[in-house]
Design a protein around this ligand. Structure first.
Ligand code: F6R
Length: 278
C-alpha cells in the first residue's frame, strides 16, 4: 500500500486530483469508479479545474458509481446521481453513453439489477481506478460493519451511525433506510484503489482500516487484501497511524522526486513499488 500524507486537506485533494488526471491522460478510455460524500468534492473540483485549464479530456472516460440511496428520486438534492452532476459531470465533457451510475429507483428486481450492474462492469473490462472514501464506522461504499469481505453488489441497510452522519446534509428530506452498493469483493476487483480521507474525525478509523486486523467489522480493512492501493491522507487523518514515519518517508520520496506524475504511472507504482531515485 502506498500512503501519501499531505500537510493540508486541500493538498490531499490536489494530489488525488492529479493522480486521477494522470490516469486519464495515460489511459483516455479509463474506467473510473466514482465515490460520493464530502471527502472527494475537492478532488472533483481539481479535476474540473484541470479540465478547464489543461483540457483534461473526459470524452472517452467510462464512469461508474459505487453506491446510491434507494428510493430517492435521481433529481433529489441528496441523491448521488445529483451529487456527481453537481460536482463533476455538469462541468466536464463526458459522454452520456459512457456514464453508468447506480440507480436507486431501478424498476427491475434489486437482485437481478445488481447482477446486471456487475455484468456491465465486467463487459466493459472492469474498473481501472476506483475512488473511495471511508465512513467513520469503517464502511466502504455502503458496506456497513458486518459486511462479508467478499460481498457482492447488493441492497444494504444503512446503519444508525451512517444515518446520523448523513442527516446533517439531508435538510428536509429524511435519510433513506437502504442503499445499493458495490460489495467489498466487487470493489476489490478494480485494478487500483484510491482512498482519500481528510480530517481528524477520520484518524481513528483510518488507523483501524490500515493497521488493524482484517475484519468484517471494519469493512474498509478489506483494502489490505488488494495488491494496488493508494491512500491519500492529510496529516490529521493520518494522525493515529503507528507506521506514520514510514508513510511520511514514502510520501517525501514520491513528492520530492515528482516522478509520481510521470512514468511509470502511479497505478503501476502502487503495484510494483516506488522506482529507485534517478
Ligand atoms: C460514498 C461512499 C461512502 C463515503 C463515506 C464517507 O459514495 O461510498 O462510503 O465515502 O460515507 O463520507 P464523507 O466523505 O462524507 O465523510
Amino acid at each position: 500500500m502506498l500512503v501519501l500524507i499531505t500537510e493540508t486537506p486541500e493538498e490531499g485533494s490536489r494530489i488525488a486530483g492529479r493522480l486521477v488526471a494522470q490516469a486519464i491522460k495515460q489511459t483516455p478510455a479509463l474506467r473510473l469508479g466514482l465515490a460520493a460524500g464530502n471527502t472527494p468534492i475537492g478532488l472533483y473540483q481539481n479535476l474540473v479545474d484541470l479540465h478547464r485549464t489543461t483540457r483534461l479530456d473526459f470524452a472517452h472516460v467510462r464512469l461508474f458509481s459505487l453506491d446510491e440511496f434507494i428510493g430517492l428520486p435521481s433529481d433529489s438534492p441528496n441523491s448521488y446521481h445529483r451529487f456527481f452532476h453537481q460536482h463533476l459531470l455538469d462541468h466536464v465533457n463526458f459522454d452520456p453513453a459512457h456514464l453508468h451510475l447506480l440507480n436507486g429507483q431501478a424498476e427491475q428486481d434489486i437482485v437481478s439489477y445488481c447482477v446486471s450492474y456487475e455484468r456491465l462492469i465486467r463487459n466493459q473490462g472492469g474498473i481501472d481506478l476506483q475512488i473511495l472514501g471511508i465512513g467513520q464506522n469503517g464502511h466502504l461504499g455502503f458496506n456497513e460493519p458486518g459486511s462479508s469481505l467478499n460481498s457482492r453488489t447488493r441492497r444494504s441497510l444503512l446503519s444508525a451511525s451512517t444515518k446520523y452522519n448523513l442527516a446533517r446534509a439531508f435538510d428536509s428530506e429524511s435519510v433513506p433506510e437502504w442503499a445499493v452498493t458495490m460489495g467489498l469483493g466487487a470493489i476489490r476487483e478494480a485494478q487500483t484503489l484510491l482512498l482519500l480521507a481528510l480530517g481528524a474525525h477520520k484518524a481513528e478509523i483510518v488507523a483501524k482500516a490500515l493497521e488493524g486486523p482484517l475484519s468484517a467489522f471494519i469493512p474498509a480493512s478489506s483494502i489490505q487484501l488488494h495488491p494496488s492501493v493508494v491512500l491519500v491522507l492529510d496529516r490529521h487523518a493520518a494522525g493515529s497511524l503507528n507506521n506514520q514515519d514510514y508513510y511520511l518517508q514514502q510520501s517525501s520520496q514520491v513528492m520530492e522526486n515528482n516522478h509520481w506524475f510521470l512514468e511509470p504511472s502511479f497505478m503501476q507504482v502502487a503495484q510494483t513499488g516506488l522506482p529507485a531515485k534517478p
